[in-house]
Design a protein. Sequence first.
Length: 576
Amino acid sequence: MYRTHNCGELREEHIGQSVKLAGWVDTIRDHGGVIFIDLRDGYGFTQLVVHDDSMLEGIQKETVIAVSGKVTRRDEETVNKKIMTGYVEVEIDTLDILGKCSSRLPFEISDSLETREDVRLKYRYLDLRNMEMHNNIMLRASIISFLRKKMESMGFTEIQTPILTASSPEGARDYLVPSRKHKGEFYALPQAPQQFKQLLMVSGFDKYFQIAPCFRDEDARQDRSPGEFYQLDFEMAFAEQEDVLTVAEEVVYSVFKEFTDKEITDKPFPRIPYRESMLKYGTDKPDLRNPLVNIDLTDFFSKVDFPIFKGKPVRGIVANCVGRPKSFFEKSLSFATEIGMKGLGYLTLAGEDYKGPIAKFLSPEQKAELKSMANIKEGETIFFICDRKEVVDKLAGQIRTWLGENLELIDHSAYRFCYIVDFPMFDYNEEEKKIDFTHNPFSMPQGGLEALNTKDPLDILAYQYDIVCNGVELSSGAVRNHDTEIMKRAFEIAGYDESVLKEKFGALYTAFSFGAPPHAGMAPGVDRMVMLITENESIRDVIAFPLNGNAQDVMMGAPGKVTEQQLREVHIRIRE
């Protein structure tokens, strides 16, 4: 009734055919007696030719119309080689208005990406008409479809897990849902399907996956949407760490290979131990497109009579700053002080000697030793980062990133993947003055029960792993602790007795007593994968209807007030 073709479909082989099209009026151009309309739908654009201007009565941009007419060849000088339909146009015979645009547009559709985000999100349905935004969502759909087919081809079964569940301490704040039938009691939206997917393993399902919604009441970041996000959640029975890493890198490599033309890290991805990553890159999310690495110079400076570095950990970064003006080094110092450093020392190798204020503190033998151990070449500069043990690696990582960006060393033509492995099982919580879990409390400690009974807790590693791409954490996962004795001991070290396990994780804890297979899994973030593939800086640009940075849906007015009757039904009273 409305169309025989879409607006991205017509080609030269359609010339001479009578067609029907429907879509939105994107632009109207009056060329004196002949009027051109660019008609837009979800597939593309087609140029319409109108000879009778009375047809355009009541029509403005974004009006929805249906037209019929004949496909003709464009004049040579009007051909638009930028679009697939740019060699043809439709001379229209009839035009019907299907949906009037009677309000003034809050922004031009073509300029929506340059509009303030709060306005874009308020009128998201208009923002999504922008073809770049539209294509982001269409590509997201294709990626999710690809992921499903890939997982099925690898023998995984898609199973849905509940959205209404019990509140449990899993690292972030829960979204709570009050119960009408059970006064004073609450459901929670799942932070992840963590317990359910482990229970599926206990239930005898061998390989599970789903595109899972996860709900966490946490602050927004460029790569994290508040409220709701999606992950490719999967779990495998009778599996060890390497089994999971092999599956994940096959899936992730395949999806990036399918949807990008950039160079991708070959399989198998590098496995980098957590402590090595913190030392070399100053982060557990290293951007391997940056060739710079941090080196440990603590022992070296313990032998140098330089009071500022004495007795403190020191890191060094060698970079080629040849030709950089003095202002470059002044900017590096300014950045260092912005992130909390007291200064940023550096030396530049000139011939066989160094230039820089620290050079006078080094003997000739120490200068030679530094050149050898840091592999410094003529003209290169070594920057020094010195601070407390708790922060020195993080600060060095920030300096590494700044240097990589400002020296234009980042390889933007590639996706560099790695796994971070061997995370600490426990760390020390300074606020509560106690040992605490670093990641998922149900991870299997390396060395099992013996390690828990004999080692310093801060020396125990876990079978936990992250997959990282270009400085973005795509996924976390772990080999699960399925042994109730190991579980009790791990929670005991963190200050929780068996009653906590039974109260907070009762179903899982009880299920493990009925025979649980070894199992492991992880959950790559769908939103982050799409963000990287589309090269968007904000994750909100790859989500159809995201919350804003303040966790609000300004289009729908959420969160919003409800009636007193609604509150009474769920036994809630608002406290002032």
